[in-house]
Design a protein around this ligand. Structure first.
Ligand code: DQA
Length: 148
């Protein structure tokens, strides 16, 4: 299998490991990206790991993925709950999309229970900690394999 999975992380996820570790754990974003890359490699896939605090930058990367990515794994952070623009960008992407939330958003404040991105995502993983990214890579690998 060959192909690149875009691993996109949204606002504040650059602070992973330092930000509210009781909710988001102690692993850094670098740790997560390295583990996701190794997991993708075990499936014969690669990752392009990107993080931004800016909505427009995430949208530009989703547009880029239209031509270069076999799948998108995205933790849109707080933009999950607010961004119709990210939903629209993902609707213009044709491959599999898996949405990841490190925390169980359904166990938290009411406003976190709705995600615009979930209207497009083929799968949603929430509350599995940073392991959720690896589960998402495994899922994407099976979807990509079954589409060949
Ligand atoms: C998050 C959940 C969001 O509600 C929050 O705004 C985040 C992180 C998660 O990974 O659990 O920034 O997406």
């Amino acid at each position: 299998m060959t192909g690149t999975i875009y691993l996109l992380n949204g606002p504040n996820l650059n602070l992973l490991g330092k930000r509210q570790p009781e909710i988001y754990g102690s692993e850094t974003l670098g740790d997560v990206e390295a583990a996701a890359s190794a997991r993708a490699e075990s499936h014969g896939l690669a990752t392009r790991a990107l993080q931004s605090n800016a909505e427009h930058q995430l949208i530009d990367w989703i547009h880029e993925a239209r031509d270069t990515a076999v799948a998108i794994v995205i933790n849109p952070g707080a933009y999950s709950h607010t961004s119709v623009a990210i939903l629209d960008a993902l609707n213009a992407y044709e491959g599999p999309v898996i949405e990841v939330h490190i925390s169980n958003v359904h166990k938290r404040e009411e406003f976190r229970r709705h995600s615009y991105v979930s209207l497009r995502a083929d799968g949603v993983i929430a509350g599995c900690g940073t392991q959720g990214y690896l589960l998402a890579i495994d899922r994407v690998a099976s979807l990509v394999k079954s589409s060949i």
